[in-house]
Structures are given as C-alpha cells and as structure tokens.
Design a protein around this ligand. Sequence first.
Ligand code: OAD
Length: 245
Amino acid sequence: MIEIPSDLIERIRNAQRPVFSTGAGVSAESGVPTFRGEGGIWNKMRPEELASVDGFMQNPTLVWEWYQHRRNLMSGVDPNPGHHAIAEFEKRFPGTILITQNIDGLHDRAGSSNILELHGNIARNKCFDCGRPYTEEINIEDDFPHCDCGGKIRPDVVWFGEMLPQNIISRAFRAAEEADLFFAVGTSAVVQPAASLPVIAGRAGAYVVEINLDQTALTSAADLFLQGKSGDVLPRIMDELNQID
Ligand code: OAD
C-alpha cells in the first residue's frame, strides 16, 4: 500500500487554492483506454486522420464513426474511486479547481462541479462552420448531420492543431498561477498547453504533486511523485485526511 507522507496531508489541510489537473490515466480504471503507453489509442490509430480538422474534411464519416464508437464506450463506463476521491476533495475543500484534458464527462458524473474541460466534451456536438451547439440526436446510419447554416456537425472536442476554448484555458492558466497546491494526475504531460500548467504552478510557488503509474516528462519538476493508480492513491489521501478530522 502506498505511503502518503504526513507532510502532504498537512499541506492539503493548509492549502488555500488547491488545483487538480487530470488526464486519461484517471479514467483508465473505468475502462477508457489512454492515448499513450501500453494499449494506448495512438499506438494503433492515426490522430491526424481521426482527431484533426484535415482528417475531418477528408473523411467526415470515418471521424464520426470513430467518435460514435468512443461515445458508446464512454457511455457504458462509470466513474472510478479516483474520480470519486477528487469529487470528495472538492466537497471538503470548496474552491478546489479541477482542470481536465478528458472529454468523457466522468468527473462531472462523480460529483465534481468546478471543472474546466480543456479539450471539450464528447457528449456535445457543434457546427464545424458557425460553431453553434447542435443538440439533435445523431444517428450515424442517417445522412451526415448538418447545421441550419449548411455546415457539417462535429463533436465539441479539441482536435490536434486547434485552439483550446479561450475562456477555459485562460481560467486554467490563472488557476495554475494562483495555486498553492497542484496535483497532476494520470497525464503523460506531453500535450500542450495542459503540460505547462503544473510547471507554471510550481514556478509561481505551488507545491506540485504528481500521481501516475510511471514517471513522466513532469516527474523531475514535481515536488512529490506518488507512483500508483489514481484509483488507489487518491482514496488513500482521502482516508488519511478523514482519519485526522
Ligand atoms: P496519455 O495517454 O498521454 O497519458 C496517460 C498517462 O496516465 C500516462 O502517463 C500513464 O502512465 C498514466 N496512467 C495510466 N493508467 C493510470 C492509472 N490507473 N493511474 C494513474 N496514472 C495512470 O493521456 P493524456 O496525458 O491525458 O488530446 O493525453 C493528453 C491528450 O493527448 C489527450 O487529452 C488527447 C490526447 O491526444 C486530444 O485529443 C486533443
């Protein structure tokens, strides 16, 4: 069982502005595949075909089928103890900010409320041309869905080469700059700008804790590396906190 340093528990109890930043590893124990590493999606699939503007323009149906497949997968899974521990943390320390690269909506389903979704959400659709949200049910067997403006409908997620939603990323940067305690959980820390958030937080004085199965690009810059599954480590942290109060 992983040892949680008592110094970390003390830091959490004294934190004024805690921030979590999560990646695909947090949802791995729910059965959502990660992108990199063993079994990673990008080992088998080509992101430029499936998750880019060019890929969508060249073969929108292929991209739709791929997202429909992922939607089906994500709608059939549940939040795991890692998601629940983060939600419990927020209830205990109101003001906690959760930044996520995940598009699966599992943090919301676990009960977190202060969430900044950097890469969008797979449950939403929007028009490729005018950006308007599209709320009609979509059946991939039907003709390709179009907006009233004539534009093609696409998932409301961020693809490679696209800008992140401006208001979300600016709030995420502000949260990182103002954080006094920053948890980076289940991310390989290679995709920008998300990867820079813990670094910015650390430079601005936050105590940076990384929770991951393996070392990453961030590990040497983190103040504390807790090696293990987020679904084990995060509940252990909550247990330690619960024992004190
Ligand atoms: P990655 O797939 O790159 O990395 C997942 C990380 O989670 C790895 O460092 C694993 O070691 C770790 N991991 C796996 N299982 C874990 C577990 N149970 N507990 C803790 N850690 C675990 O995923 P991200 O960093 O989220 O972007 O990827 C970032 C972005 O790249 C994604 O949002 C997506 C992708 O291309 C877009 O689609 C724009």
